[in-house]
Design a protein around this ligand. Structure first.
Ligand SMILES: [Zn+2]
Length: 470
């Protein structure tokens, strides 16, 4: 009697467990490439190709994404049982572009990729988009037969030079971070190596990465460019570089993205990866980061290492910018009054239940008072100066001197806040001075001053590390 109850409990437990990896998947990686087209008002998804990559580098246990991050979510479904086999949240260039002014006027198309372990049997790809209330709604689905003739199974063409910075263990139980080099010529291979080791070194001196170094493998690939540097349209500088990286994404001077998704995927597929950072060989300040896509970072600026860590916060953990005093050309936010999905900002519609409430001490008021007016005065003065200098095409050295000045003024200002170092809800976050709140007075996602993430960002990063490393 006792034995039969025990076996019943066991069978219930196993039926609720995620799919058995080896029974369900081949162990290879499949890539679903598609075109995401539209305007601010409508969007369409169309198949490009299904592509076989190498061994699956991701987790074999965390197959379903429970983090609830991202503007989009894709789910691989078994059509025979309608059970989800694999899912991941993500954001995309289209998802940012559709909030820009240009999307109100013209149509555009961006290529995107979904990567997942290759199922042994036919499966359904379901793409969902987050609605204003925070729930996901299906926008596209397709049936794929992995055994059919329409899966591109050609070998990945070797390109460039790949190497490991450090390896801690087998890819399925580690975060596999792949750094791609852009704008380095054949004679600048050693510069790429030293840039990468410097930037990765700072990242792993920063918590929570420092304590989790053993959860990571870090590798790099450099495909040589014909010329040094990347495209800079506002200066008339154009480069036909292998990854297609350029300044001035969405007409924002220092925002660096590439639309050459296919090129990136084919180069990256040479080594195992869960996360991508592109380091570009340039003296001009810039970068970018999109959740579950990639981060970009200039190699040769004074704050390069800071930018590397900040932008990877966006692309790896879905962190929002906590700053609000400088302008961007896109809106990544939930509609007014609804709660953003990013883990480190809140609309505070229910102050008693702020989403990081377990980190708030009972003695810290919500919202948390801080001297926003004096911080804003100093920031606006600096923004005016910066705009003037940009208009006058000031040198990178002069801009960096201004960055240092701002740091010297705002660091003591923020550190003297009564609730500095405490988790609360500080008004002013994600490009809005009012109505959005950040967790601490300062954070790597707020200013260039600190060398630490706030406790909420740090915990959000650790959660994503576990998604890949367990
Ligand atoms: Zn933070």
């Amino acid at each position: 009697m006792l034995a039969s109850v025990a076996s019943l409990v066991l069978s219930l437990a196993s039926s609720a467990a995620p799919a058995d990896f080896d029974a369900t998947f081949t162990g290879k990686t499949l890539r679903f490439d598609y075109y995401h087209s539209g305007t601010a008002a409508e969007e369409f998804v169309s198949l490009d190709q299904v592509r076989l990559e190498g061994d699956w580098p991701g987790s074999r246990t965390h197959l379903l994404d429970g983090t609830n991050l991202g503007k989009y979510l894709f789910v691989i479904v078994d059509p025979a049982t309608n059970q989800p086999l694999y899912s991941r949240g993500f954001a995309s260039i289209f998802g940012e572009w559709e909030t820009t002014g240009e999307a109100k006027k013209i149509w555009r198309t961006y290529q995107e990729s979904l990567r997942f372990p290759e199922p042994k049997k036919s499966f359904q790809v379901v793409l969902k988009k987050r609605a204003a209330d925070g729930s996901f709604r299906e926008i596209y689905s397709a049936l794929v037969d992995p055994l059919g003739r329409f899966v591109n199974r050609s070998a990945i063409t070797p390109r460039g030079q790949g190497f490991a910075l450090f390896e801690s263990g087998p890819p399925p139980t580690k975060v596999d971070l792949l750094v791609l080099g852009e704008g380095y010529t054949t004679t600048e291979g050693n510069k790429f190596k030293s840039d990468v080791s410097r930037l990765v070194g700072v990242m792993f001196d920063t918590e929570p990465y420092k304590s989790h170094r053993n959860d990571f493998n870090v590798r790099a690939i450099q495909v040589p460019s014909a010329q040094s540097g990347i495209s800079n349209p506002r200066k008339g500088v154009w480069r036909d570089s292998p990854l297609g990286l350029s300044f001035n994404a969405f007409d924002s001077d220092r925002y660096v993205l590439t639309y050459a998704n296919s090129a990136i995927r084919e180069i990256a597929a040479q080594l195992p990866y869960d996360a991508l950072i592109i380091v570009f060989n340039d003296r001009k300040y810039g970068g970018g980061g999109i959740f579950n896509l990639y981060a970009t970072c200039a190699s040769d600026t004074e704050p390069s290492a800071y930018v590397f860590v900040h932008e990877f916060g966006h692309s790896f953990a879905g962190l929002a910018d906590e700053y609000y005093t400088s302008q961007v050309s896109y809106e990544t936010l939930a509609p007014e009054g609804s709660e953003p999905w990013e883990p480190n900002i809140t609309a505070l519609t229910d102050p008693k239940n702020v989403k990081w409430r377990d980190l708030v001490a009972p003695s810290t008021p919500i919202p948390t008072p801080w001297n926003q007016a004096s911080f804003d005065r100093a920031s606006l003065e600096y923004q005016d100066k910066r705009q003037k200098m940009l208009a006058e095409e000031a040198s990178e050295d002069a801009m960096e001197a201004l960055f240092r000045e701002v740091k010297e003024v705002t660091t003591p200002m923020l550190q003297s806040e009564k609730y500095f170092g405490k988790v609360g809800a500080f008004e002013g976050a994600a490009y809005q001075a009012k109505g959005l709140y950040r967790p601490e007075a300062d954070c790597i996602m707020f200013t260039r001053n600190p060398t630490t993430f706030c406790k909420v960002c740090s915990r959000a990063i650790e959660r994503v590390i576990r998604l890949y490393a367990e």
